[in-house]
Design a protein around this ligand. Structure first.
Ligand SMILES: *[C@@H]1O[C@H](CO)[C@@H](O)[C@H](O)[C@H]1NC(C)=O
Ligand SMILES: *[C@@H]1O[C@H](CO)[C@@H](O)[C@H](O)[C@H]1NC(C)=O
Ligand SMILES: *[C@@H]1O[C@H](CO)[C@@H](O)[C@H](O)[C@H]1NC(C)=O
Ligand SMILES: *[C@@H]1O[C@H](CO)[C@@H](O)[C@H](O)[C@H]1NC(C)=O
Ligand SMILES: *[C@@H]1O[C@H](CO)[C@@H](O)[C@H](O)[C@H]1NC(C)=O
Ligand SMILES: *[C@@H]1O[C@H](CO)[C@@H](O)[C@H](O)[C@H]1NC(C)=O
Ligand SMILES: *[C@@H]1O[C@H](CO)[C@@H](O)[C@H](O)[C@H]1NC(C)=O
Ligand SMILES: *[C@@H]1O[C@H](CO)[C@@H](O)[C@H](O)[C@H]1NC(C)=O
Length: 582
């Protein structure tokens, strides 16, 4: 493509200087895509994007979504990253076959670029001095290339350079087919239907996203948990659409007008919508990465949410036997200042530093099965067995059982084991920590919580608890914990022995907890929470009792596990009368 693309890009660049709005999807297309994406970012992603934007963007992602076109001549190596060429008339795309530049260097195409800049952005958690890449550029490239990958002719045939060499008339204007798809369809639509106002066009695409296409978004975002980004299907869709719509009826020298315009415009609008949707933060990387950063700034953001973990450990603390309480006290690090609950979010705080521990916070289950099986589900995305939340619970319980003996004999760091175990017993009780693989436990389901943009996972980690604290507990979290404890000694007292139930030979029984979680996830968390929906009063009020009970169960079970570890055979239900809360 390079021989003549030079000329093409050269002239396009000159035009761009004169007439902003000429390359890529066209400045309008990229602006629309990023504007749509901006409205769909989670709070965490929006904060990260804001941090990374250059000053000239003045806080607006869409303002720099054509940057990659503007520097294309200057960064001449980047030209080949805007498109991928596919073989003539095959109408399909394959990464290995197609993603290379004209001298055959692998990965040098739009899909390789998307993978590259996604990988770079995964370094977002590193401190600025540790970052190997310029993440401002990575963000601007990534947002642009995801747009390009959706323009059907950016995955067009090699022989005509994605329609660049097919000259056509667009109504009365001489142009080429590539440019019709980059610009003309959008520009004509703006003039014909949107009063020449791009904002109105974006608004009506957004309306379709929340309305006509709301059911489809889950499939647009589809990406397995292993991958942060899934650009290959975008290219496959593009070349398929190029064959079906772009090339069809557009022979060299033909005139394209009303019929072509009106039948292709819906395709263009949908591609713009899909791009914006696909930039939504689907990735654990960005999500957790940015959350981690926020955690540093604003304590209280991960896991069940710092509040949830605090409540669970606070409840457990009050139910420990003397022996267990003494052991816990021995093992607590100094920073805890003797308070167990103070370190129950430690496992979230070290999650970035101890990268290997990330998969131990959750377990993914198959989509829509609504059940959990250790052997089938407990592994990380690389298939390594036992690397999930229940595996972590077994692991750290086993370690804590070596507590006997003198300190110097310990094979494991039992301080860490205690902090991990108490956190993971909390996590396994959060229904969406045992959610579906396809949506990463609700992380990729965008939702409005009352008026705030967030995602379903975050609602269950934090928002339900936070909303309850501010609605019902006078913004005092201690009052909420007190109310849960009152229910434990009162409404739920008869249930406690079943909550504690664990086969006599076992010290810990996390598998039933995971099974309960995914059942609750299906019945309550996912129910009524389709992507893009707004959840408020009814969802909140009907789900809050579930959350409160899960916090109670987690607290009771954490205590009875620790009680069994540090002195076998003591059940809270048996010793119950003698126990008082702190
Ligand atoms: C293809 O990519 C390689 C590696 O970046 C580069 O050295 C080479 O010049 C590129 N080929 C062309 C024709 O630009
Ligand atoms: C990856 O990004 C770096 C930094 O911008 C760039 O030099 C390199 O050419 C990119 N490679 C691909 C395949 O996108
Ligand atoms: C990162 O890239 C942007 C845009 O090219 C540039 O303005 C900025 O100075 C770069 N930052 C660093 C640290 O090099
Ligand atoms: C909205 O969706 C309808 C039905 O699919 C379609 O005909 C229309 O072109 C879409 N409009 C926009 C602006 O996306
Ligand atoms: C997601 O993609 C997988 C594999 O590509 C496919 O089997 C599955 O049906 C897709 N799910 C949705 C909701 O589109
Ligand atoms: C078990 O604990 C050790 C020490 O923290 C850790 O290195 C290992 O990854 C853990 N394995 C699992 C499955 O939790
Ligand atoms: C155990 O882990 C804690 C927390 O990471 C650390 O502060 C302590 O130094 C470790 N102890 C040993 C003996 O390594
Ligand atoms: C206490 O139990 C009642 C009855 O099950 C329930 O409605 C309420 O939400 C619970 N409150 C708390 C704080 O757990």
């Amino acid at each position: 493509m390079i021989q003549s693309s030079f000329l093409f890009f050269g002239t396009a660049f000159v035009l761009l200087q004169l007439l902003p709005g000429v390359i890529g999807w066209g400045k309008e297309g990229h602006y629309a895509v990023c504007k749509i994406a901006e409205g769909l970012l989670t709070e965490d992603a929006a904060a990260a994007v804001k941090m990374l934007l250059p000053e000239i963007a003045k806080g607006e992602l869409a303002a720099v979504c054509s940057w990659a076109d503007e520097i294309r001549v200057h960064y001449s190596w980047s030209g080949e990253l805007h498109f991928v060429n596919t073989p003539e008339f095959r109408c399909n795309y394959e990464y290995c076959r197609d993603c290379h530049n004209s001298s055959g260097d692998k990965d040098r195409c739009v899909i390789g670029g998307i993978n590259n800049y996604t990988m770079q952005l995964q370094n977002y958690q590193c401190s600025a001095s540790e970052r190997k890449y310029n993440l401002t550029e990575a963000l601007m490239f990534l947002s642009h290339f995801i747009g390009d990958a959706h323009q059907p002719l950016h995955a067009g045939f090699r022989g005509d350079l994605g329609g660049n060499t097919i000259s056509v008339h667009w109504f009365g204007l001489q142009t080429n087919l590539h440019r019709v798809w980059d610009n003309m369809i959008i520009e004509t639509a703006m003039k014909s239907f949107y009063n020449s106002d791009l904002a109105i066009m974006i608004e009506s695409i957004n309306k379709n996203i929340t309305d006509t296409w709301s059911e489809d978004i889950i499939s647009w975002e589809n990406c397995t948990s292993i991958n942060t980004v899934c650009p290959d299907p975008y290219a496959s869709e593009s070349i398929d659409l190029a064959c079906k719509y772009a090339y069809k009826g557009a022979t060299p020298g033909s005139t394209l007008s009303d019929e072509y315009f009106l039948s292709r415009l819906p395709i263009v609008e949908k591609r713009l919508a899909q791009t914006g949707g696909s930039e939504m933060i689907r990735s654990r990387f960005f999500f957790l990465g940015t959350t981690f950063l926020l955690l540093q700034l604003l304590p209280g953001i991960l896991g069940w949410g710092k509040e949830g973990h605090y409540a669970i450990c606070k409840i457990a603390e009050g139910l420990l036997t003397e022996d267990a309480a003494a052991a816990v006290k021995m093992l607590l690090p100094e920073i805890a200042q003797g308070e167990f609950a103070a370190v129950c979010s430690w496992a979230d705080e070290v999650r970035f530093h101890y990268r290997w521990s990330g998969p131990l916070h959750y377990v993914d289950t198959p989509d829509f099965r609504c059940n959990y099986e250790y052997c089938r589900d407990c592994h990380d995305s690389g298939g390594h067995k036992d690397r999930c939340v229940t595996g972590g619970i077994y692991n750290y319980t086993m370690q804590l059982q070596t507590y006997e003996g003198s300190l110097s004999d310990w094979k494991y760091n039992l301080t860490e084991a205690l902090m991990f175990l108490s956190h993971f017993i909390g996590d396994v009780h959060q229904p969406l920590h045992v959610g579906f693989l396809g949506d990463l436990g609700g992380n990729t389901i965008p939702i409005r919580w009352f008026r705030r943009k967030t995602n379903l996972h975050h609602i269950w980690d934090n928002m339900i608890i936070e909303t309850a604290v501010s609605f019902f507990y006078n913004s005092d979290f201690a009052l909420m914990i007190e109310a849960i404890r009152r229910n434990i000694t009162d409404v739920w007292s008869a249930d406690i022995s079943s909550w504690e139930n664990c086969a006599p030979a076992n010290t810990v029984c996390p598998d039933p907890y995971a099974s309960e979680s995914i059942k609750l996830a299906c019945k309550y968390a996912y129910k009524g929470a389709t992507p893009g929906s707004t959840l408020s009063g009814f969802y909140f009020l009907s789900r809050l009792p579930i959350v409160e009970k899960r916090l109670a169960q987690a607290g009771v079970r954490l205590a009875s596990t620790l009680n069994r570890i540090f002195k076998p055979q003591v059940l809270i239900s048996e010793a119950y009368v003698t126990l008082t809360f702190l």
